[in-house]
Design a protein around this ligand. Structure first.
Ligand code: 5GP
Ligand code: ZN
Length: 142
């Protein structure tokens, strides 16, 4: 288990900073966000420090993925929300402010003030295929 002394979420995992926990496993912790986007907003964090999703082990990513269905059900049942956004802000330009990668589960309510959906862009004149090729080729060299 890697712990980074200056990391807020490592301090929460270690119990140095208190949190309102809803689920704990050997490798993950879920707790209420201190500054929720909507009531019932929770965070799921791997216990071991990693800066972002790209650095997470496949095993821990799979473990957290396995927790998401029941966490969604529990948050929806507890809040009455009919919908959730499950979001990862991966890197500063994507809005990540705590450099210990984590999942947000944000309940959504009819007519709430959350800004969604995202805007969209058009593909360039050459179309989407060059992008598909670059991503597929990067995956092939993993
Ligand atoms: P990010 O912007 O990195 O995707 O999300 C970080 C989240 O962590 C924010 O929603 C913020 O409210 C939450 N957060 C930051 N510090 C604390 C804390 O000390 N305790 C809890 N429970 N949540 C925190
Ligand atoms: Zn950390």
């Amino acid at each position: 288990m890697v712990s980074e002394p200056s990391c807020i979420f490592c301090k929460i995992v270690a119990g140095i900073i208190p949190s309102l926990k809803v689920l704990e496993t050997d490798h993950a912790l879920a707790f209420l966000d201190v500054n929720p986007v909507n009531l019932g907003h929770i965070l799921v964090v791997p216990k071991s420090h990693h800066a972002n999703l790209a650095e997470l082990s496949e095993a821990v990513a799979a473990h957290i993925g396995s927790l998401l269905p029941k966490l969604c059900r529990a948050v929806q049942s507890a809040t009455g929300a009919a919908a959730l956004n499950v979001v990862i802000n991966n890197g500063r330009d994507a809005g990540q402010t705590v450099d210990h990668g984590h999942w947000h589960l944000i309940p959504r309510y009819p007519g709430d003030a959350v800004h969604w959906p995202w805007t969209h862009v058009a593909y360039p004149p050459e179309g989407p295929d060059p992008l598909r090729e670059r991503i597929a080729s990067a995956l092939a060299s993993e």
